[in-house]
Design a protein around this ligand. Structure first.
Ligand SMILES: C[S@@+](CC[C@H](N)C(=O)[O-])C[C@H]1O[C@@H](n2cnc3c(N)ncnc32)[C@H](O)[C@@H]1O
Length: 423
């Protein structure tokens, strides 16, 4: 039985006593001539206590509904269940702009009222611009599809992990779901490294390489003029223009060759069209690391035996599940016999997480298969291009996000170098 009523607040009284909010069940137990309990507590008097902040807090969603109800009342339009359903219940904030979901505010009545609706939305949510999301354009530029409902332009400014990003939501795509990968890049140590970002966009990965990872130089390739305008602004705002060379055009034509210690291939669903270019960008004598993005499906994967710590043991790699922040799963793959080991503690934590282990086990095998196939293809490209033996070693597979049911956005970190320097 619950005794404490968490919907009301504890209160210190002027008499020096404390009033504790109790549930009806607790009050009934006390009044049921429970003499021993009453003797322990002493004299009891009942007063009314104020509601807790949790109960009285008005959520932004409730505020939005109420301000739109008022607006419709003024227009003598009856509020209906259908209208209530059509109002957005969630949204994304991009700086001073609120981005409403694609399926919200679809009823013709909103357009009939016009700008007043969007002004009410902006005022209630404390922004000055309002937009509505649409699918990302399926063109090569991955152009954003945002319809601006209030405001003179779609330029927004937001700060992530100490980096300022400016872009026009109506012309540039910016995926908030890639935040884990941005943070991972920010944690790399790229001092003295030259990095190539083949799909730079507005600088989503270019900037963490420059600002946090400390890359000596980043070559940023991008062919969309709208994204390039934002990229130039962002490099300037964050004070890193001097360490970035922007290459405007198709990376297969403009990407420099033989310069990179690291190449970022941030294109989904697949970056395979850029693999030849990425391999050619690596330094000829020392090679480097490729960060290869892809959407990987895991519909019918086979399960595989696990060891006591739920580690999948494959021929060449031990796949070690590691917990990371929130529900995001992280898989580190190392060559067997590698001296670095994960603590069994981390594996236990993973096993105890609320997740369907059998499903994840199935998925993991497909990720391993994708990583291995990719490593094989890259090795073959490098050997053909360079005319010598190369090694492509899987360092890590990162799950960035779930892209769709059974499809995950992954990044493979692949270390590539001429075999004669492998030692
Ligand atoms: C999916 S966006 C990714 C941008 C950024 N990496 C991110 O995650 O926000 C891909 C970007 O690559 C650019 N792009 C695609 N193919 C390209 C190519 N062959 N050459 C240069 N840029 C390209 C697109 O214009 C777009 O800005």
């Amino acid at each position: 039985m619950t005794y404490l009523d968490s919907d009301r607040r504890i209160q210190k009284l002027s008499t020096g006593s404390v009033a504790i909010p109790i549930t009806n069940d607790a009050a009934k137990t006390l009044s049921d001539n429970n003499f021993s309990l009453r003797a322990d507590i002493g004299e009891i008097s009942y007063i009314s206590l104020p509601k807790s902040k949790k109960v009285t807090r008005i959520t932004p969603c409730v505020k939005l509904l109420s301000s739109l109800k008022k607006l419709l009342e003024c227009k003598q339009i009856t509020w209906t269940v259908e209208i209530e359903k059509d109002v957005a219940k969630t949204w994304e904030r991009r700086g001073d702009l609120v981005l409403l979901p694609q399926n919200s505010f679809q009823l013709p009545l909103w357009n009939g009222i016009g700008e007043e609706v969007w002004q009410a939305v902006a005022k209630t949510l404390s922004v000055t611009k309002v937009g509505r999301q649409a699918a990302v354009c399926d063109n090569n530029f991955r152009s954003a599809q945002v319809c601006l409902l209030l405001g003179t332009d779609g330029w927004v400014r937001h700060v992530d992990n100490g980096i300022v990003y400016c872009y026009d939501v109506t012309t540039c795509m910016c995926s908030s779901g890639n935040i884990t990968e941005k943070l991972r890049i920010a944690s790399f140590n790229c001092r003295n490294e030259v990095v190539v970002d083949m799909y730079a966009g507005i600088g989503y990965f270019t900037l963490p390489y420059l600002v946090h990872a400390g890359a000596r130089l980043v070559h940023a390739c991008e062919w969309n003029s709208a994204a390039l305008e934002a990229l130039h602004r962002n490099l300037a705002i964050n004070g890193v223009t001097q360490r970035c060379i922007v290459h405007h055009g198709d990376n297969r034509q403009v990407c420099p060759k033989g310069v990179a210690d690291r190449v970022n291939l941030g294109l989904i669903p697949s970056s395979e069209e850029g693999w030849l270019t990425a391999c050619a960008a690596l330094k000829p004598h020392t090679g480097g690391i490729l960060h290869i993005h892809a959407n990987v499906a895991s519909y019918h994967g086979n399960t595989t035996p696990c060891d006591d710590n739920s580690r999948i043991v494959k021929d060449k790699y031990t796949v070690i599940p590691m917990p990371s922040s929130g529900q995001i799963m992280n898989y580190t793959m190392r060559n067997k016999g590698s001296r670095r080991r994960e603590s069994s503690e981390s594996c236990k934590t993973w096993i105890n997480m609320k997740s369907d282990v059998s499903k994840r086990t199935t998925a993991k095998l497909e990720w391993v298969a994708w990583a291995e196939q990719t490593a094989k293809k890259i090795k073959s490209i490098l050997e053909t291009q360079r005319g010598s033996d190369w090694t492509a070693t899987i360092l890590h597979v990162e799950r960035v996000k779930s892209y769709a049911p059974h499809i995950d956005h992954l990044v493979l970190d692949l270390e590539c170098h001429p075999t004669n320097i492998s030692g």
